[in-house]
Design a protein around this ligand. Structure first.
Ligand SMILES: Cc1cc2nc3c(=O)[nH]c(=O)nc-3n(C[C@H](O)[C@H](O)[C@H](O)COP(=O)(O)O)c2cc1C
Length: 199
């Protein structure tokens, strides 16, 4: 196990006879991946008359044309079979006030939906959470193998943006929720650079 701050290098799988063996533990990998700050989403879908939902930080943009996004789902999720055949789904991008919802949908426990107010997305049939900063309703474009996860690529059918410049997204970093000081804009980028830097 590496001490905090110690450099842990992956073996070079292209040479040296290491044949892809990794010189780091799963904990090392998680700790390093935790240095990548993300927003937090709850992905929802309706599957066989049942609602499914999970907190997901692996959401990301993929393509503008066609409009594609992705997220990954663990193979050990209780709802894995439903995710693995999902046809339509919705991504709810969480506001910082929705931390409790994130925790509730972030573990396989009890009835995630008890007392949760939702709207029904017309394009996807999936639950939309009021108060979210953005909703993306998607149809499944492709499902790919991702090791102990599957990667679900979605084609965006509809989008709704509630948050503006002053939005306060829920942020996940280093295994903790963080609040973003959205008022402090360190270096606003000129809009012609947005695609270069943000996509
Ligand atoms: C902040 C946060 C981010 C998460 N991100 C993911 C993710 O990207 N992919 C994933 O499979 N699980 C992720 N999880 C865990 C799932 O939400 C959890 O395993 C899932 O809700 C279990 O669903 P189940 O009831 O079908 O078992 C995350 C949990 C939290 C708290």
């Amino acid at each position: 196990m590496s001490a905090a701050g110690e450099t842990v290098r992956a073996q070079d799988s292209t040479g040296g006879g290491h044949a892809g063996a990794a010189d780091f533990t799963a904990l090392d990998l998680r700790a390093a991946l935790g240095m990548f700050a993300t927003g937090v989403t709850i992905v929802t879908a309706e599957s066989g008359g049942e609602r499914i939902g999970a907190t997901v930080s692996s959401f990301n943009s993929v393509s503008l044309d066609p409009p594609l996004v992705l997220f990954s789902v663990g193979r050990n999720a209780k709802a894995f079979a439903a995710w693995n055949s999902v046809e339509r789904f919705a991504i709810n991008v969480l506001d910082q006030s929705q931390r409790d919802l994130s925790s509730r949908f972030g573990r396989a426990q009890g009835d995630k939906w008890l007392g949760v107010k939702t709207l029904r997305g017309e394009a996807s049939g999936a639950a939309l959470l009021p108060g979210a900063l953005a909703w993306f309703e998607c149809e499944t474009h492709r499902i790919l193998d991702g090791g102990d996860h599957i990667i679900i690529l979605g084609r965006v059918l509809t989008l709704t943006r509630h948050g503006g410049e002053a939005a306060q997204p829920l942020v996940f970093f280093g295994g903790s929720y963080r609040n973003l000081d959205a008022k402090t804009r360190v270096e606003p980028l000129p809009s012609e650079h947005w695609w270069v830097y943000a996509w």
